[in-house]
Design a protein around this ligand. Structure first.
Ligand code: PLP
Length: 456
């Protein structure tokens, strides 16, 4: 076989890829027929593929490359750390400086008394940790029957057995099943499901489903509620402003632990360090990953409040951990990423470019004949495609067909936007500039025009 390098023709790379690479969330037959897009390089918000296209990445990879591509400082830190201590574990009373420093930095950035970090290598793993952590908490408190975790339909919490079960995506449950003790309530998606209610009324109604579910399961059986401050993979569903305060009130009333899954919303995405700050949530545990290292290294974790850490940590050994918990290279890179974010005021930049600059341009997309609503918080946004704005109607035929076509038009116009059913979403690198925002929105508008023209 030839050496496989960037210089091989695209078709050859695609053939090898289809033959041997079993992709996540990809239809293998489709891949063989069409070939995957081969990405070679990244710089800032720009990607270059093997055909020489310069593509604006409206999704920051998978919502993770917060500081943009190509930051040499991170590569240098990784090389230095590999040289000095490429690996050591954090089990059995050992530690190392990168894990110590990163945990302390995260505790400094996180709100309230979220002072303790349990490391993992991904968001899915961290949510698996959370399942074990909250169940162990109630065991130690003498209430081992408190095991049920309540989550939302169309939420996403990862794709391990635990993460996939917490998530409310039926196609994921259908592939491999779902673990016991997880219950789901409906999502706060007003545009599609709000009917005649005002957004505020609907937010309260959906939050109150939590209380109904708690009463149905029995308050003594419920360990925790988990939710993303803004559902990301579900379609950037920004909840009505009444939603989170009511969820918080209900969790407090029944003494239930609240887990905010901040894998997407953490580290600046919504214009604050954490989405919980934007939405006034006070969680006991936060799930983090993605933006923690801007995706340069696989690292995630659970930030745990004093009470939960003291209860679980005060009861002898917690039989849980990963070989790569607090991996020194990943931790060193994440720390450097956070240094850059702080020194370069990236979170402040999000606020500056999102409101009003991107917001005004994004809201204007709602005037497009194909668009039912345009929503944005910080640098995560969505538009709902509809055949009838006034009725907030769905397209006839299979859901997602129009979204898929629109996404294909975006690809053709060198813009990466994601389609979730018939909802188009963006979450660009947080360092995007106003002129790059113009390019992104212009290409999105052009793609919508083309998609609309194709429907007539
Ligand atoms: N939680 C949320 C909110 C996510 O969006 C994701 C991934 O998109 C995960 C968890 C899973 O993270 P990972 O893919 O790193 O396992």
């Amino acid at each position: 076989m030839n050496m496989i390098t960037n210089h091989l023709p695209t078709a050859e790379l695609q053939k090898l890829d289809a033959a041997h690479h079993f992709h996540p969330f990809t239809d293998k037959a489709g891949l063989a027929a069409k070939g995957a897009r081969v990405i070679l390089r990244g710089e800032g918000v720009w990607l270059t593929d093997s055909e020489g296209h310069r593509i604006i990445d409206g999704m920051a990879g998978l919502w993770c490359v917060n500081i943009g591509y190509g930051r040499k400082e991170l590569a240098q830190v990784a090389a230095r750390q590999m040289d000095e201590l490429p690996y050591y574990n954090t089990f059995f009373q050992t530690t190392h400086v990168p894990a110590i420093a990163l945990a302390a930095k995260i505790a400094e950035l996180a709100p309230g008394d979220l002072n303790h970090v349990f490391f993992a290598s991904s968001g899915s793993e961290a949510n698996d940790t959370n399942i074990r952590l909250v169940r162990r908490y109630w065991d130690v408190k003498g209430m081992p029957w408190r095991k049920t975790i309540i989550a939302r339909w169309n939420g996403y919490h990862g794709s391990t057995m635990g993460g996939g079960s917490l998530g409310g995506m039926k196609p994921i449950h259908a592939h491999g099943g779902k673990i016991d003790g997880i219950e789901h309530i409906d999502q706060p998606y007003w545009w599609a499901e709000g009917g005649d209610m005002s957004e505020d009324e609907f937010g309260l109604a959906r939050a109150r489903q939590l209380e109904e579910k708690i009463l149905q399961v029995g308050p003594d059986n419920v360990a925790a509620f988990i939710g993303e401050p803004v559902q990301g993979a579900g379609g950037v569903i920004i909840p009505p402003r009444t939603y989170w305060p009511e969820i918080q009130r209900i969790c407090q009333k029944y003494g239930i632990l609240l887990i905010a899954d901040e894998v997407i919303t953490g580290f600046g995405r919504t214009g604050q360090w954490f989405g919980s700050q934007t939405f006034g949530i006070k969680p006991h545990i936060m799930t983090i990953a993605k933006g923690l290292s801007s995706g340069y290294q696989p690292i995630g974790g659970s930030i745990v409040c004093d009470e939960v850490a003291e209860v679980v940590g005060g009861a002898g050994e917690f039989f849980h951990g990963y070989t790569y918990s607090g991996h020194p290279v990943a931790a060193a890179v994440a720390l450097e990423n956070l240094r850059i974010m702080q020194d370069e005021k990236v979170v402040e930049h999000v606020r500056d470019v999102a409101h009003p600059y991107l917001k005004e341009r994004w809201d204007a997309l709602a005037e497009h004949p194909l668009v039912g609503e345009a929503k944005l918080v910080g640098l995560m946004g969505s538009i709902a495609l509809t055949p009838d704005k006034a009725k907030r109607a769905k397209f006839a035929g299979e859901e997602g067909t129009v979204g898929y076509r629109c996404r294909e038009r975006c690809f053709a116009n060198d813009l990466i936007m994601r389609a979730v059913g018939d909802r188009m979403i963006i979450a660009p690198p947080l360092v995007i500039t106003p002129s790059e925002i113009d390019i992104l929105v212009d290409r999105a508008k052009k793609s919508l025009d083309e998609c609309y023209a194709g429907l007539k």
